[in-house]
Design a binder for this molecule. Structure first.
Ligand SMILES: [Zn+2]
Length: 261
């Protein structure tokens, strides 16, 4: 996305779901049409699109979205809620699976933005060292899975990517953080990073499209125990179970990931 749209000027914006904006549509349109996109970055599940007006367009796809690039001669996707056209005739459409946020925030107010101001580091950030991870967990009383999913602690780990790292570290999702040993924390640290790296290398999840509409390659063949209930654990052959953990589902090997240790 950075490669295709940065340096280009926005000439038109269409929004059919204005509820996703943090201001009235007309005001939003006036503020971004004519501005040039300087860069595109992500922080966790958020896209940060920097404009030359010292403002950021912050986009969060909710449960998911297809953000697809187009050239003037391309046929557009059948359904989309957002369309941004650039001066050279290229642009992108966004089809939201359920809901999304598209907020325009001045650079000097980024820290005050409720949804992104307190985002934690991504496991792929340079600062996410083993010491940092240990510090983050220190003195925390909750259980490990909820902690990992809370974007204020770590940005970018969702319910898909949390399953296998917990399995690799042989930690039950409901374990109290206080009960984790140094060794377990170290065993958890590495797969939190490697799972994201591998997925990025393969273009994301198998049901997600990239900016050019191509599906990702990270799926069943890569999952260790995630989304494989009823199948044998790859380590001990015990049947993988699907269990409720708060509002989310977890996949565990009941033998490898014992709750009582
Ligand atoms: Zn097992």
């Amino acid at each position: 996305m950075e490669k295709e749209i940065s340096g280009k000027k926005i000439s038109k914006v269409e929004v059919s779901n204005p509820k996703c904006l943090n201001m009235p549509l007309e005001k939003f349109r006036k503020a971004i049409v004519g501005k040039t996109i300087e860069s595109v970055e992500n922080r966790g599940k958020w896209l940060f699109i920097k404009l030359d007006s010292k403002c950021f367009l912050l986009f969060n796809p909710g449960m998911g979205a297809d953000v697809i690039h187009f050239k003037p001669e391309d046929k557009l996707p059948e359904k989309y809620q957002l369309k941004v056209t650039l001066r050279d005739g290229t642009g992108f459409t966004i089809r939201v699976w359920w809901f999304c946020y598209l907020h325009l925030v001045p650079q000097d107010k980024l820290g005050e933005h409720k949804l992104t101001g307190k985002l934690g580091l991504s496991p792929l950030d340079k600062g996410f060292t083993l010491d940092y991870f240990k510090q983050l967990l220190a003195n925390n009383r909750g259980n490990i899975k909820s902690f990992l999913l809370d974007q204020k602690n770590i940005a970018g780990i969702g319910n898909v990517y949390v399953q296998d790292p917990l399995f690799e570290a042989r930690i039950h999702p409901k374990r109290k953080i206080r009960s984790l040993t140094e060794k377990e924390i170290e065993a958890l640290y590495k797969p939190l990073q490697s799972i994201l790296k591998e997925s990025i290398k393969l273009g994301g999840l198998a049901y997600e499209k990239d900016f050019h509409g191509k599906y990702g390659g990270y799926g069943k063949n890569q999952y260790r125990i995630a989304y494989k209930p009823g199948q044998p654990c790859p380590v001990c052959q015990t049947t993988i179970e699907k269990v409720k953990t708060g509002s989310t589902s977890s996949f565990i090997c009941p033998k490898c990931q014992d709750l009582d240790d």
